[in-house]
Design a protein around this ligand. Sequence first.
Ligand code: UDP
Ligand code: MG
Length: 319
Amino acid sequence: MKTHPEISIVIPVHNEQESLETLYQRLLGVMDKYGKPYEVILINDGSKDKSAEILNELYERRKDVLRIIHLNTNFGQHIAIMAGFERVRGDIIVTLDADLQNLPEDIPTLVEKMGEGYDVVGGIRAQRKDRRWRLWVSRWHNRLRAKIAPSLDMQDEGCMLRAYRRDIVDLMVKSNEATVFIPALALTYASNPTEVEVSHAERELGTSSYNLYRLIRYNFDLITGFSLVPLQIFTLIGVSVSLLSTLFVFYLLIRRLIIGPEAYGLFTLFAILFFLIGIVLMGLGITGEYIGRIYLEVRQRPRFVVKEIKENVNHTEEK
Ligand code: UDP
Ligand code: MG
């Protein structure tokens, strides 16, 4: 038996009972045909449906390539992928979603691209098939990210069909941050990343784990995890506002000396006040986001807890 797979495929699974059988058939079909030695690590991210049983059953069918990690509870897509990253043995690591929105048939394309000497290959969903509000949120978020964290040069950061060289994955694992956004973290370590077009399918089985709230949280994590620009913008706004109000005070002072005290314009003053309070609240919120991150880091809790691992012992890589 081969003890060293070339390709490790890492797939997070959260309530995907409808998709798993089809995923298994298609993925293993593609990979067996492709012919390079591979392993598939499926991480059950605290699913509440029948995913756990189905995964164990699939494992019994193909112990030679499948490895299953059951997490204790739901830790989120990216942390689940990290749990898989900690245990990969391949030279090239491919991530994809379990819901078949990414096509397993695209994996060889990514692997071939890696063969050209890139250390990260991201997928670009040429024709993204998602709800309209999701596309809209993504588009705005992308624009914002391009401004705030220009070092993260990606066309489609939301696409999780991606390939990484092993050293990049090892660096990501070592980073040990409490909250991660994997495509962005990879780019901070990559020296030669690229992107290729991949297909995207509608979610036909099961439902998305993301609602608007989770999506917004996720985007905040991405921005506060990779950029200090929001804080810097606030400092700049703070400085400009204080300068302007100093001028305003001078103006009022001079006006008072020349024309006398003013009694009107009360509501103008309120408007200015509310505007300033709004800015202050927003600044507090943004500062809070960063403090929250610091809090998560200093707590130093384990990022995830593994309940059970199913893997063929002969398989374990010697280090
Ligand atoms: N997922 C996960 N943990 C979560 C949420 C999602 O492991 O807390 C997995 C999910 O099973 C899927 C992938 O992450 O394989 C993408 O999730 P989903 O399809 O719900 O997101 P969308 O495609 O709507 O962005
Ligand atoms: Mg999906």
